[in-house]
Design a protein around this ligand. Structure first.
Ligand SMILES: Nc1ncnc2c1ncn2[C@@H]1O[C@H](COP(=O)(O)OP(=O)(O)OP(=O)(O)O)[C@@H](O)[C@H]1O
Length: 343
């Protein structure tokens, strides 16, 4: 869908921002560009919508060389979300979102009704649409930024550190929203971030850059974590790369059975939902897990659990069985080996 073919970008001051980049971004996937500050992520992104022109090489969107298309038209067909949302301060939220449909020649009524729909899509109330950007929180402004980028229903979405300026809790919410939206919309998304955890969470593929605009590795999150191409990538992924890999695997295949007799008993309510762990003289909280929870959560919970057991529940929160710390460990080890030897 988006192809970089031997793309080089050197700015007039002599800085090489992107060095001989050849990269193919598949349709309908999220590709995350990561790397330390100044390694050329934003420049790469901006060459897609011609905010920056390559010095040499070709960037194609949908098979067409972007330099052969009218820049303004191209930009209207590519959603763009930036860190500070980039909203127009003197227009209401609804009018901000309606901007692109209006530019595309949709009538005012249609543009505003589309904007109202999108407001709901990104989880904001109709009331928020009447406010001005400064009357919203940072997280809400980012949602508006996403809604505005989606307004023309572009097949491609460029997102440059869109959630960089919000606190970790809101950031996680916004990431969840994006994953939910992406399930419905299947856009081709290029997402820039500094944050490797965000990359692992959101990316179908992750492209790691190093200083001087060199692409070092582009792979699925599992491949990257299990088989980093070199020490630079391994260092970038951090010492906890093994645990991060477990965040991508689910608990589903870990065996479960009835709780064994021991010093600690799992206490259930009348509907067989876990309440807490109890021993002769103490009570400790339980955090039940579903099949869709990650092996990392399971490992965490098994360490916190007094009996070394995790409580497994179905979608309604009803107990289905327990799993032991040993079984979770074994599966975690196996997940690692499989990911590392996979072709
Ligand atoms: N207009 C410009 N003129 C000259 N140099 C530039 C220009 N824009 C970017 N650069 C330089 O090009 C290099 C790559 O910049 P870019 O913004 O693409 O990096 P980045 O990886 O997105 O960084 P960050 O994570 O800090 O946003 C940097 O050294 C930067 O200083």
């Amino acid at each position: 869908m988006i192809q970089f073919d031997a793309v080089h970008k050197r700015f007039p001051n002599g800085t090489t921002a992107v060095h001989d980049l050849t990269l193919d971004l598949p349709e309908g996937g999220v590709t995350v560009l990561v790397g330390s500050s100044g390694c050329g992520k934003t420049t790469t992104l901006r060459m897609v919508n011609r905010m920056v022109e390559p010095t040499s090489g070709t960037v194609r969107v949908g098979g067409k060389d972007v330099t052969e298309q009218d820049a303004a038209e191209l930009r209207r067909s590519i959603g763009y979300v930036i860190q500070q949302a980039g909203l127009f301060p003197h227009r209401t939220v609804l009018d901000n979102i309606a901007t692109v449909p209006l530019l595309l020649g949709h009538g005012r009524r249609r543009a505003r009704s589309r904007a109202a729909e999108l407001l709901e899509t990104v989880g904001l109330s109709a009331e928020a649409g009447k406010r001005y950007p400064h009357q919203l929180s940072g997280g809400q402004q980012q949602r508006v930024g996403v809604a505005r980028a989606l307004a023309a229903d572009p097949p491609v979405l460029l997102m440059d550190e869109p959630f960089g300026a919000v606190d970790p809790v809101v950031r996680t919410q916004l990431q969840d929203e994006l994953l939910r939206l992406q399930k419905e919309l299947s856009k081709t998304i290029v997402f820039v971030t500094h944050d490797i955890d965000e990359a692992v969470r959101l990316g179908d593929r992750i492209a790691v850059f190093r200083a001087g605009g060199h692409l070092v590795q582009c792979a699925t999150p599992t491949e990257l974590l299990a088989r980093p191409a070199d020490d630079f990538v391994a260092d970038f992924l951090g010492a906890e790369r093994g645990l991060k890999l477990l965040s991508l695997k689910t608990l589903a295949e870990v065996p479960q059975g009835p709780a064994p007799q021991g010093d600690w008993t799992l206490v259930l309510d009348a509907a067989r939902k876990p309440l807490h762990w109890a021993s002769k003289d103490a009570e400790l909280p339980v955090r039940p897990l579903k099949d869709t929870d990650s092996l990392l959560s399971a490992l965490n919970e098994s360490l916190a659990s007094p009996a070394g057991l995790i409580a497994r529940v179905d979608a309604d929160g009803v107990l289905t069985g327990v799993s032991s710390r040993e079984d979770i460990h074994e599966h975690a080890g196996r997940a690692h080996t499989e990911a590392r030897v996979a072709a």
